[in-house]
Design a protein around this ligand. Sequence first.
Ligand code: 5BU
Length: 266
Amino acid sequence: MQADEVWGRRWTENKLPMARTYMEVASRKKSLVCLAADRSTMAELNQLIDDVGAHLAALKTHVDLVDDWTPEAWNAFCTKAAAADLLIFEDRKFADIGGISRKQMAGIYDIRTWADLVTAHLISGPDIVDGLQAGWKDVGRSGGVLLLAQMSSRGNLLEPKYTSQVVELGRTHPGVFGFIGNGSRPNELKLLRKAVGDGKLIWTPGVNLAVGDGEMGQRYGDPHEAVLAGSDCIIVGSGIHKADDPAVQAEAYAKASWSALHERNK
Ligand code: 5BU
């Protein structure tokens, strides 16, 4: 099935190249799953691609939690991810002023050269998005910024008024790929989707087939419900990488997300 048929108004209303790229990848893979690849060695990260890459549309990384990181090993990992048709999303949660965020896209990890997507808080104002986009432009690449409109963790300070302001600023900004919404609370997510409209994507962490409380304040909602409530990508970590059989679980999440997308379109 072609991406425009699968995504409907999300496709026609969203002109950011990286958003279209994601929708195409998800349609090819029949999966709206981004794996939170929270592993601390390069061997484990590579193993995840081998084990579950076929069931994913994207890999979410925290590059600074890898113990044996080297530029060469990371390049090889990114090449392997591209060969498995996966986007790479560095969940860096940038928050500084625009000019510094641009420089933080470089530095030792040189995120601008390999990440397709990054997260940012809008706490410092809208120039952060321009700074991050300038970072990609500095190396002749383009990417997408996901703004944190909500978070999944208990007691977070992203209150409804703050969420509305983030959406207000982000929904018309051409460098914004979309928003992070709270996958553990479908009702809050529905409200977020209403405010965002169809012009931007919403990606949601805090998703697990085992709904309820997770470790250290994490909360989980059901993948199917999250997509029905307006999520365009479920971000799943331990639900897949800590499972006894990660491939079986990854496939289950992919099927749940893909069938919910079709149900949502009806
Ligand atoms: P989990 O194992 O499915 O709980 O992993 C969740 C991942 O999503 C982890 O990498 C977090 O950094 C990330 N995350 C989150 O859990 N909640 C949020 O609000 C945001 C990111 Br933003």
